[in-house]
Design a protein around this ligand. Structure first.
Ligand SMILES: Cc1cc2nc3c(=O)[nH]c(=O)nc-3n(C[C@H](O)[C@H](O)[C@H](O)COP(=O)(O)O)c2cc1C
Length: 370
């Protein structure tokens, strides 16, 4: 007698795999990325997915080495791994498979075996995770939870370094202020920031005014958030309360090369999903990591490891979703025209094209044309 099983029907396991890869790409798209550049392409094959860097989306002024581009793709890679685990697959990942194809950052293969149960749980938090730039309440993360977060970061070959002592906190504040001042004094930096805060809804990328604090002129936060409010239309409260008393953590890695950058992006997303799962919110504050002199000083806190990321963590009202690039521009070889996960709808805003040029405050005492 011939055995007739569900999975032996022609095409069934393959369909399941194809569906899982499509859905993993959808989850990958929801990852955080520097300036919401979404510098990635998900290429689907019958048995695997390739994650590629889209260098045309690298920030030449802020990120000349591509370190943050690799971190962004690393965050997307973590989502892909988590999504496949949630669909019941074990996953084998080959990172930076060969110098002949430097934009191929990872190959992900679903294989037979036990899915990672922790990643499967974290996958549920992916759609709820958003960078939060609101004022945080007074609650801080307990040492016990920080220890758990350190385990999560270690699982991604990265190190969590809590910024604890008053001296360490003061150093992080001073270096962030210094880097922020230096960056804002650079016309090319400001122009790059302006480009990524002036996108059309159709582009589906960049940082929207509704997701950033209003800049009113004098900046008083001890650990200043990046000033994304290039038009003086920021939708969140001007005072973020980002001070030395909030929970601050650094992510660091033993090496400081593309493989480590990619890994630190995976660690970042793992950490953010662990926080989301526990109802904490967070936001990167990376100015001090981007200016070589301040990054060097920051390494005093992580030595011999290299600092890769600074995060503030707290409790706050949820943040809105952020624009997403159209699926067809980031998922190749898809057999599905429409996304299976609807992207979060960003609040509607008038585009410059709709409103016509008009002078507005640039948030720094000057005027800009919108
Ligand atoms: C490498 C990296 C650096 C970032 N640096 C900052 C930062 O300095 N300030 C900030 O407010 N957000 C920062 N972000 C958050 C991004 O702006 C955010 O992920 C992006 O706008 C998409 O929004 P979402 O995280 O809510 O999906 C960073 C994200 C990444 C991955």
């Amino acid at each position: 007698m011939r055995a007739s099983t569900h999975s032996s029907r022609p095409g069934q396991p393959r369909d399941r795999l194809a569906r899982a890869l499509e859905e993993a790409a959808d989850q990958g798209r929801l990852a955080p990325s520097v300036h919401n550049t979404q510098p990635w392409t998900f290429v689907l094959f019958r048995d695997r997915m390739e994650l590629r860097a889209d260098r045309s989306r690298q920030l030449p002024v802020l990120d000349p080495n591509g370190r943050e581009l690799f971190q962004s793709v690393g965050a997307a890679l973590f989502n892909v791994r988590a999504a496949l685990s949630a669909r019941g697959f074990a996953v084998v990942v080959e990172r930076l498979p060969g110098p002949a194809d430097p934009d191929l950052l990872a190959v992900v293969r679903p294989v037979e075996g036990e899915p990672d149960p922790v990643l499967a749980v974290l996958a549920r938090a992916i759609p709820r995770r958003h960078t939060n730039r609101r004022p945080f309440g007074p609650a801080t993360v307990s040492d016990e939870i920080v220890d758990r977060l350190a385990e999560a970061t270690a699982a991604e070959e990265s190190l969590l370094v809590p910024v604890r002592s008053p001296g360490q906190r003061a150093l992080v504040a001073a270096l962030t202020q210094q880097a922020d001042r230096l960056q804002n004094a650079d016309r090319a930096y400001r122009e790059e920031l302006r480009q990524w805060t002036s996108r059309t809804p159709a582009q589906g990328d960049g940082v929207t005014a509704s997701s950033v604090p209003l800049t009113t002129g004098v900046r008083t936060d001890a650990v200043p958030l990046r000033d994304f409010d290039t038009r003086g239309t920021g939708g969140l409260p001007a005072r973020t309360g980002s001070g030395t008393d909030q929970t601050l953590v650094l992510i660091a890695t033993a090496q400081d090369d593309p493989a480590a950058w990619l890994r630190s992006g995976e660690a970042l997303e793992r950490l953010l999903l662990e926080l989301t799962r526990r109802e904490w919110v967070a936001g990167p504050i990376t100015q001090a990591l981007e200016v070589p002199a301040t990054r060097h000083r920051l390494s005093e806190l992580t030595t011999p490891a290299h600092p890769q990321m600074l995060l503030r963590i707290g409790r706050a009202a949820p943040a809105d979703g952020t624009p997403l690039r159209p699926r067809r521009t980031v998922v190749e070889n898809t057999t599905r025209p429409a996304p299976s996960v609807q992207p979060p709808t960003p609040p509607s805003r008038r585009t410059p094209a709709e409103s016509g040029p008009r002078p507005v405050s640039d948030g720094r005492g000057g005027t800009t044309w919108l």
